[in-house]
Design a protein around this ligand. Structure first.
Ligand SMILES: *Cc1c(COP(=O)(O)O)cnc(C)c1O
Length: 391
């Protein structure tokens, strides 16, 4: 199969040409003044996209799972009462780390096509005042849904509870306001809406989160997972705890600068416009969104129910082999096929190609789908939301 075929997965996807070019530059010594300046510029650009002056930016070297596990181990130890909010696969996974650490795990779990109710979080915290940490996934990528972290943050802050937010597939594509929403430790990744490579964890950390980490005697030190070492050595002494991934840093810098040059709001609008077209196409084809409500559907990925009798893996593999479109399957969240529209792939023509590949694949595998109606509806949506259009 041709690697240059169209990748519309839930990430990583192909990156902007500027990012590829930046990653192909010289591999600098990490204490070369040029590299140190680039690293600081990357922190600054990543921070501007987070949009908070109150949060300190820590860039760790490893795919966002590293940052998430580091966050769990930094905030929780044996016996720490934690409330983990589960509306999908990534939320469930965070709870597994908390269990492995020996934390006292509390969970609110909803069906994976639904989102967390903030009132339920408030009621749970009031009934369990010992809870110190709440963890939540902003955009649950397999489900294609967005949790109301804007409301969950203030509920936690007002009760002295620190929040950990997995914003890997929302950062740079879905509105995220760490300061206004009173969120504490946010972990993002470059390989989703930023349109960068998959090798770094981008973290924004509030003073409240630092205080909680410092109060945890078992927060990692002298470890690849140590957020504290990164802060103390790099921000404190200008030394790296270990060698950063030089080409990744260059790629993330290029992606972040590209996003900022376009403007955060314009990039969020681009994601929403393509997502809306994609959802219109799904409905017109006679297929069903996975998200229980369109109001909770993510702008970064559209999750579609696969009809009974067909599996997500069959759809994914057939679309790749026959139509040259790489989609994502359900990743355990359900019988779901996913069209990613994130970063460089949040583009009108890509959504149309993704919809056509999904619809015709369903037909090839024996289900019913009106491919033409789906494509027409997506294009009609794009026409009414074009720059200068009505929305
Ligand atoms: C992509 C993603 C991650 C990182 O996990 P991988 O599957 O290893 O890429 C973490 N959380 C969310 C919500 C993600 O979308």
């Amino acid at each position: 199969m041709d690697p240059a075929d169209l990748t519309l997965s839930a990430g990583p996807n192909d990156v902007f040409p500027e990012v590829r070019a930046a990653m192909g530059g010289p591999v600098l010594y990490h204490y070369d003044p040029v590299f140190k300046e680039r690293f600081r510029a990357t922190e600054a650009a990543v921070g501007r996209i987070f949009g908070s002056d109150r949060h300190e930016i820590i860039l760790m070297q490893g795919e966002a799972i590293l940052g998430l596990e580091a966050a769990a181990r930094s905030l929780a130890t044996r016996g720490t009462p934690c409330l983990n909010l589960v509306s999908g696969v990534f939320g469930k996974g965070f709870g597994m780390w908390l269990s492995a650490i020996g934390a006292e795990l509390h969970e609110i779990e909803v069906p994976y096509d639904d989102v967390i109710d903030p009132d339920a979080v408030a009621a749970y915290l009031d009934a369990h005042p010992a809870i110190k940490v709440v963890s939540v996934v902003h955009s649950e990528t397999p489900s294609g849904t967005v949790n109301p972290v804007d409301r969950i943050g203030p509920i936690c802050r007002s009760r002295g509870v620190v929040t950990v937010v997995d914003a890997v597939s929302s950062y740079g594509g879905i509105e995220l306001r760490p300061d206004e929403w009173q969120l504490d430790l946010i972990v993002a990744g470059p390989q989703k809406c930023l349109g960068g490579p998959p090798g770094m964890s981008l973290m924004a950390i509030s003073p409240e989160a630092w205080a909680a980490i410092e109060a945890n005697p078992d927060a990692p030190r002298g470890s690849f997972l140590s957020i504290l070492d990164y802060r103390d050595l790099w921000h404190g002494e200008g030394r790296f705890p270990f060698t950063p991934s030089v080409p990744e840093v260059m790629g993330v810098l290029a992606a972040a600068e590209l996003l900022l040059a376009t403007g955060v709001d314009a990039v969020l609008a681009r994601h929403e416009r393509v997502a809306r077209a994609c959802r219109a196409g799904v409905a017109a084809m006679g297929l069903r969104l996975w998200a229980a409500s369109e109001t909770t559907a993510a702008a970064s990925v559209t999750s579609i129910r696969v009809p009974d009798g067909i599996t997500d893996i069959q759809v994914r593999d057939h679309a790749r082999a026959t139509y040259g479109v790489q989609l994502s399957a359900g990743q355990g969240a359900g019988n779901i096929i996913r069209i990613g529209h994130m970063g460089a792939t949040a583009r009108p023509a890509y959504a149309i190609a993704g919809l056509a590949a999904v619809g015709q694949t369903m037909r090839d595998l024996g289900a019913t789908a009106d491919v033409g109606a789906g494509v027409a509806a997506a294009m009609a949506s794009l026409a009414t939301t074009a720059p200068g259009g009505t929305a």
